[in-house]
Design a protein around this ligand. Sequence first.
Ligand SMILES: [Zn+2]
Length: 432
Amino acid sequence: MHMGFMVVSAALLVSGCTSVSMNGGLELDRPGRDGQVAEAADRTLRGDDALPVDATALHDRVLTMDTHIDIDAGYASYRLDPGVFNRAQVDLPSMRAGGLDAGFFIVYVGQGLISPMGYEEAAAIADDKYEAILRMIRAYPDQIALAVTADQVEAIHNSGKLVALIGMENSWPLGTDISNVELWADRGVRYVSITHFGNNQFGGSSNPNLAQGDPAEDPGLTDLGRELVSALNDEGVMVDISHVGKTTMMEAVALSRAPVIASHSGARSVYDHPRNLDDEQLRAIRDNGGVAQMVAFRRYIADIDPALAQAEQALAAEFGLDSQEGRAAATQATRDRFQDELRALRASMNDVTIEHLADHIDHAVAVAGIDHVGIASDFDGGGGVGGWDDATETPAVTAELIERGYSEKDIAKIWGGNLLRVMRAVEAAAAD
Ligand SMILES: [Zn+2]
């Protein structure tokens, strides 16, 4: 999740599904799996050994893990049922249709006041998000199960179920009582991002909130931030440095007794955005044994074509979705029609696509090595690119990686193997 996104993107959050594949404009009716199988099978692609490889078969063989999936308030309630294709970019049928095996569902809280009242408010929002994830798992125990260890991820996957993991984005809800780390670890949280947009009680953000008085320069980890990193290590929770300022990030990496992750970030050498990791940061993650999950987020990974941005705004206005009031008043049918037209618009213009995502993956692999790179969608938090705009389209990512010459072994690492290795190292460090 991010803040300050464009009006149009905000409207998108409420209607993620589509009947149009961005891959060659193939028309698919949901569920999209059959169409995608056919589409992928049409593409005879070559791997390292120059033999034809069926992208979908390969995709189905590897364990695919998306490390950042946001959820709406009201998720897994009467307002949004994850058991059916719904307006979100990720639901259980979409995960199955797209062969997306595992996902970190996110307890996200946008940064607010750093005060006892603020902490209380943040904890309440975090509790709500956590309950929503539990509701999904409890409602569909035959389809999805919670994993809190790497072994459990594999065991659940092997049993044929989808795998849910929990990440916390922004440690603000932890307040100043470090024992809250243990509470959330017991609840199953397996990564915690130190900050979100805006500095907090633990450290500096990649995007400080200057209007709220944050200094332009990242002040680094606070004393409490150092305690946080240590407590996360002790509890076997991965330290997540996405959204974190570089000074704070480098200090956290140096301090951590276990590998760290960037749960959803891009490569700054490919696209210069403060949310992205520069090469020094990528190398620090490599040297620490960690993993940087490249994010499929249009605005973070490439320039948005101004003509497309303008056309998106105009479309939103046409549907009355260009204001807060308009979005609140819109019916689901209106949102769905808008979403369909937006997809068509993006497909007809110069969109940020899966190729841009792959450029970030290529660069991160070149700098940090194949063992230190992964993938995150940031779906339902503003994420998605042309070609991978909801969970049903996940095989297209694999197809793109094959096209770029990655072997099955490489792809298995990128899609989850690296993350599981880090999870195991973090578990082992906690046990020491
Ligand atoms: Zn985020």
